[in-house]
Design a protein around this ligand. Structure first.
Ligand SMILES: [Zn+2]
Length: 81
């Protein structure tokens, strides 16, 4: 079987492979997109309540966040941090 073997109708193995490659690339791009932008849901288990003593901003920030999301002041008074 060569790349010019006809699979069905006029479609050759080479064409099939290029379609498959295109499909795989599309799927990979979709997965990468989901991986990069699909995590917008904030998991409250990993957030802590924080009140900024600098600008007065209050809310939940990431447990691993170290700065106020509003004024960028260091959040040094985080519980446990
Ligand atoms: Zn602040």
């Amino acid at each position: 079987m060569t790349l010019d073997s006809i699979i069905f109708n006029e479609v050759t193995l080479g064409q099939m492979l290029s379609w498959l490659a295109a499909a795989v690339v599309l799927i990979l791009l979709y997965k990468i997109y989901k991986f990069l932008f699909g995590k917008k849901k904030v998991n409250l288990q990993h957030t802590v309540y924080f009140a900024c003593s600098h600008c007065g901003w209050e809310g939940h920030i990431s447990k691993f966040g170290t700065r106020c999301p509003k004024c960028d002041a260091p959040a040094g008074d985080l519980p446990g941090g």
